[in-house]
Design a protein around this ligand. Structure first.
Ligand code: ATP
Ligand code: MG
Length: 510
């Protein structure tokens, strides 16, 4: 593999002038950041930066903030607030933080995974490595080590290298930028990302999905709308809003193919998100992503959080039925969801719940079934244990969250129980209890659980299966006063010990 190294020596970004208010003097917002010749290449091949040609093959007229349209002079005449707005907008549309990782050895090093939109249809996968150990004072590294959120860190990184980006020769695979301050200057070492873990994805060839006979959309037919989370984007295809999911990394190709196969076979399931097609590169050789319907109300975790305990019971009961129905569709078709959390259920514009993210990847710590906890505690690999029964346990946690309107069931102590003062029908409690059974044998199949929900047609939301229905009025308030056992749920602090959990922090999880 060709190994190249560019070493761009830069003045350390030295901050911006204070905003002097709307009428104040508009001082140059950025100090000059002229490039200097590298003094030491450490054996790498230096590319001549002069005469570097931007790849313009797919540049589109509507791409704002292109190097051409926003000259340095424009930037230098901006006030701080204008500049901040520009950076904010570029962090949404041009420099997208997908995720970040700490190293497993817990040393103070960090790696950021970013998608840099070089031109309208030309996206670059970039990783940025930083080592905060022995960071010089007033360096970018020292600043980042003190910075709290990943987004803020990404913003600082972006600001520090923003003007160099046009001069970097990006690899078609993944480009790693190692940022290091030495002698008061920030060095940007540019290499193809092959170390220490190979980040280059072997995109599946189109023939691997030939049997599905599904719609294929070329990358250039997609129009970026916004970043959702991780490697998930909202896009427009021929005017229609859709969600595009990309393959996050080299280790997840199998999961990605699983998800496409599941979505394709489940189509047109009632309560699983609708599959639209796959994304292929412009030469139609490889599969680079998948497309699904966009659910306008977003993830259930956010809906519960935003509504702050005010979701009416009939709506929650409807979603519960749809969620159990969706899981039953998945299981009956022979698939496993694997990460059945509130983040993987979305609510669409018709107020219907749909299941997304069917890829057996495993769940975050706190969502694992109790039989997995000792394995996690002893640092064992857990992925082999993901199955229907772990899905059913997580279903119990989701239904618990719909009952309590708490968005973080994983933060509560176990055993998880619906307190007696929570106004839900008795049959619902029973369904939740069965799902949350410690013994996996007691967790019955989703299709059976579904049959315990009252019929939708009979108008009774609070029926049966055990006869003991609870009287609840339409807005979810109980007509009886229930004695509260005043069991205040315990917050459990969980540490990510094993590969069950993602080590990575998702960019906008903060
Ligand atoms: N069809 C959709 N409609 C609306 N929002 C969606 C849709 N699909 C995904 N999202 C949003 O994007 C988030 C991530 O999507 P998804 O769960 O499919 O990917 P993921 O691999 O879990 O990514 P991440 O690790 O970033 O959460 C979801 O939690 C949800 O907020
Ligand atoms: Mg997800």
């Amino acid at each position: 593999m060709q190994h190249q190294q560019q070493s761009i020596w830069r003045r350390l970004f030295s901050g911006r002038d204070k905003d002097n208010g709307p009428d104040g003097p508009s001082e140059p917002a950025l100090k000059s950041q002229g490039l200097e010749q590298p003094g030491d290449t450490k054996g790498g091949i230096i590319r001549h930066l002069d005469g570097f040609e931007l790849d313009r093959d797919s540049a589109d007229g509507d791409f704002m903030h292109d190097a051409d349209t926003l000259s340095k002079i424009d930037i230098q005449s901006m006030t701080t607030s204008q500049y901040d707005a520009l950076i904010d907008s570029e962090l949404e549309r041009k420099w997208i933080l997908n995720l970040s990782m700490h190293f497993r050895d817990k040393s103070k090093r960090e790696k950021f995974f970013v998608t840099f939109r070089q031109h309208e249809h030309h996206w670059r996968r970039v990783t940025i490595s930083l080592d905060y150990r022995d960071a010089p004072e007033n360096s970018l590294e020292a600043d980042l080590a003190r910075t709290e959120t990943q987004r803020e860190k990404s913003a600082k990184i972006y600001e520090a290298i923003r003007e160099s980006l046009a001069e970097i020769d990006f690899y078609s695979t993944v480009t790693n930028l190692k940022l290091e301050t030495k002698e008061g200057r920030l060095h940007v070492h540019v290499v193809e990302d092959v170390n220490p873990v190979k980040e280059i994805i072997s995109y599946p060839p189109v023939r691997m999905i030939q049997h599905m006979n599904c719609r294929r959309v070329r990358e250039r037919e997609l129009h970026f709308d916004s970043h959702m989370s991780g490697f998930v984007y909202k896009v427009r295809v021929h005017g229609q809003l859709l969600i595009k999911k990309e393959i996050p990394g080299p280790d997840t190709v199998d999961e990605f193919l699983y998800e496409i196969n599941a979505l394709n076979q489940l189509y047109p399931a009632k309560n699983v998100i609708q599959f639209y097609g796959i994304v292929v590169d412009d030469r139609e050789e490889n599969v680079t992503g998948l497309l699904i319907s966009y659910a306008a109300r977003g993830a259930l975790i956010d809906v519960i959080y935003d509504n702050d305990h005010s979701l009416p019971w009939p709506t929650r009961e409807k979603w519960a039925r749809q969620i159990v129905g969706g899981l039953s569709e998945i299981h009956e078709a022979g698939f496993v969801q694997g990460d059945f959390t509130l983040s993987n259920i979305v609510i669409d514009e018709n107020d219907d719940a749909k299941i997304i993210d069917i890829n057996r990847r495993g769940c975050p710590i706190g969502w694992e079934p109790p039989e997995a906890t000792p394995l996690i505690d002893s640092n064992q690999r857990i992925s082999m244990y993901i199955g229907v029964k772990s899905d059913l346990y997580q279903l119990g946690m989701v239904l618990w969250a719909l009952a309590t309107q708490e968005d973080e069931p994983d933060a509560y102590g176990r055993p998880l129980k619906i307190d007696a003062d929570v106004a839900v029908p008795a049959w619902y409690r029973r369904v939740v209890d069965i799902c949350l059974s410690t013994n996996p044998r007691d967790r019955v199949q989703a299709i059976q659980l579904l049959s315990w929900f009252p019929d939708q047609e009979d108008g009774s939301q609070y029926g049966r299966p055990n006869g003991s229905s609870l009287s609840v009025n339409g807005d979810g308030n109980s007509r009886r006063n229930y004695l509260s056992p005043s069991l205040i749920p315990q917050i459990k602090t969980v540490h990510p010990p094993s590969d069950w959990a993602y080590i990575a922090a998702v960019a906008n999880a903060e």
